[in-house]
Design a protein around this ligand. Sequence first.
Ligand code: HEM
Ligand code: HEM
Length: 227
Amino acid sequence: MGNHSKFIPVYVWEAPVRIWHWVMVLAMVALCVTGYLIGAPLASVGGETSDRGLFGDIRFVHFAAGYLFAVMFLMRVIWAFIGNRFAREIFTMPVRMFSRPFWSALGDQGKYYLFMRRESVPYQGHNPLAMTAMFFMYVLGTVFMIITGFALYGEGTGMGSWSYTLFSSWALPLLGYSQNVHTLHHLGMWYLIIFAIVHMYMAVREDIFTDETVVSTMINGWRVAKK
Ligand code: HEM
Ligand code: HEM
């Protein structure tokens, strides 16, 4: 944190965070497209027999991307312990809820986005509003998608499989079995899509209207003053 004219360049996002971010984005695009098609299948009856396996291919891509998404998230959690302090922000945000300065900074950022405040405060890591959305929407949303995803996956692999034992065994009865879990998993997709749309808009907007780099920070790791 500093003032505009003397913002010292800072190395914010380390390579593992940057790689995780972009691989995770690709996995999520694949999950949303194939997930949507699982929920609203294409007409598959009729046509050439060689096309009949399409739904199976769609599900295969979904499960492969699902594994990738889950493994990347696990690695990101591990990196929160190993990495720099910025690598922890999206996970430790709830702890900050107990501090007064956090709430006033959150209020200021909100007013700035609502055009009620002209200047934004520069942050080395995430601003308080971004951090809050990243915890409540991204982190919790992701945990929910992994639990419900593997709970549904375990229905296919069956009792005794690791995903059944680890997820289906408790998550299916808790959340109301197959039909309900499909619906919740589907709604979870829209929760993450809403986050992603607002997040991309904010990242580009901040990059244009503030004096420090934003988008390139997730590419080369550095936050620097633009002037
Ligand atoms: C960002 C993450 C994810 C998104 C956006 C997503 C999206 C979706 C959607 C929209 C559906 C269709 C639900 C319906 O309407 O019935 C679905 C089904 C499913 N997803 Fe995901 N998913 C994600 C992560 C995962 C993960 C991590 C797994 C674990 C392997 C997974 C496994 C499944 C399974 C097993 C089904 C049911 C397939 C079937 O009934 O044929 N998903 N997903
Ligand atoms: C599926 C879509 C996306 C999701 C779910 C997503 C999620 C996230 C998350 C969770 C973080 C926090 C990183 C951390 O602290 O560990 C982040 C940071 C960031 N994302 Fe994304 N992202 C998506 C797409 C994009 C796109 C397309 C861009 C490019 C415009 C982008 C630009 C950034 C930037 C610049 C940051 C760092 C912001 C800062 O420096 O304060 N993201 N993203």
